[in-house]
Ligand binder design. Structure first.
Ligand code: PHE
Length: 360
């Protein structure tokens, strides 16, 4: 039938060129809606003769299905295209590297504390802590430094004030990290393997001294610990810390009230054109004090010296930080100069670990 073919042609063309889903809906209403053109034609079937009705009805039904299918297809096509357009405009490459924002830097002392904690943790040392305001018993007496001992004067101690009329000995700002030996052994007993990094204070101020500086204490107590273990631990530490294939340490007989025997330890190094090299050369640099823990110290901490023995050492953290990172002046560490911190500081994500290479 001619009229039906014309309708088909017109609607299929409109559907093909519909710009969006709203336009498609408009065409659907115009053709198949309650008052749509095809719907109205269907209603006219009632007025036809049965023969006419049969052929026209069938054609109209086919047309209706055809238009309906074309509308659905166009609608789906438009929806796909809309999604594609949105995906294209909102495309984001999640594999691009981030844009880091500067958030300040990690102080070299903090970085070095992380480094040495990592190295000693790998050797089975836990971290112990103690207060910076310490009783003179922990700082001195328990470490075999009685009140009349000359070492007390040598420590250039800062004393805290007591209240008027309080005759007890004053507390001190700890002059070394060694009191943490006593606290750790008192708390944990033996066997024990700890390091204690932290701040210490002495009344001293020049090119190479500041009134506050940092030490790390080491303590290993067991049944058979000897100076040989001390030597191995220190060599391993120095090799890992300075990131060199080998180091040479020199043990010089010395004296500390809290160790017997005692040794100061130097590391072989060279100074060439103001550049320090660790592990080679003809110079020696003192880096720490050490020895076998004195029986009186064990006893003061409640550890039986007939059963247990071990080593202790104390090392200046600021000093090894200067050595490793080529920082010439100690005083600049504590001046909070942002330019200095930006230059010598470390990024927040530079977290030292042994597997990845300590400082990379
Ligand atoms: N406490 C000593 C100092 O500050 C260092 C040290 C620690 C020496 C442990 C021997 C054993 O100089």
């Amino acid at each position: 039938m001619n009229g039906i073919d014309t309708l088909r042609g017109a609607y299929l063309e409109r559907i093909k060129t519909a710009a969006d889903e709203a336009a498609v809906e408009e065409i659907r209403l115009a053709a198949l809606g309650k008052k749509g053109e095809i719907s109205l034609k269907m209603r006219e079937l009632g007025k036809m003769t049965p023969e006419e009705r049969q052929t026209t009805g069938a054609s109209l039904n086919r047309l209706k299905d055809e238009i309906d299918a074309a509308l659905r297809a166009r609608k789906a096509g438009l929806a796909d295209a809309a999604l594609d357009a949105r995906l294209a405009s909102e495309w984001l490459d999640v594999t691009l590297p981030g844009r880091p924002r500067r958030m300040g830097t990690i102080h070299p002392v903090s970085q070095v504390m992380e480094e040495l904690t990592t190295i000693f943790a790998d050797m089975g040392f836990a971290v112990a802590e103690g207060p910076q305001v310490e009783s003179d018993w922990f700082n001195f007496d328990a470490l075999n430094i009685p009140p009349e001992h000359p070492a007390r004067q040598e420590h250039d101690t800062f004393f805290m004030n007591r209240a008027e009329g309080d005759d007890r000995p004053p507390h001190v700002l700890r002059t070394h990290t060694s009191p943490v030996q006593i606290r750790a052994m008192t708390d944990q007993g033996a066997p024990i393997r700890v390091i204690a990094p932290g701040r210490v204070y002495r009344m001293d101020m020049d090119q190479t001294h500041t009134p506050m500086f940092h030490q790390v204490e080491g303590l290993a107590i067991d049944k058979n610990i000897s100076m040989a273990h001390l030597k191995w631990v220190l060599e391993e530490f120095c090799r890992a810390f300075f990131e060199v294939p080998s180091v040479e340490l020199r043990f010089r007989a010395s004296h500390f009230p809290f160790t017997e025997p005692s040794a100061e330890v130097d590391i072989r190094c060279s100074w060439k054109d103001g550049q320090l090299k660790i592990g080679e050369g003809d110079d020696w640099m003192e880096i720490l004090g050490s020895g076998m823990v004195h029986p009186k110290v064990l006893k003061a901490a409640g550890v039986d010296p007939t059963e247990w023995q071990g080593f202790a050492f104390g090392m200046g953290i600021d000093r090894i930080a200067m050595l490793k990172y080529g920082i010439p002046d100690l005083r600049a560490f504590f001046e909070s100069d942002l330019r200095w911190l930006r230059h010598y500081g470390f990024a927040a994500l530079d977290m030292p670990d042994l597997a990845g290479g300590l400082s990379r």
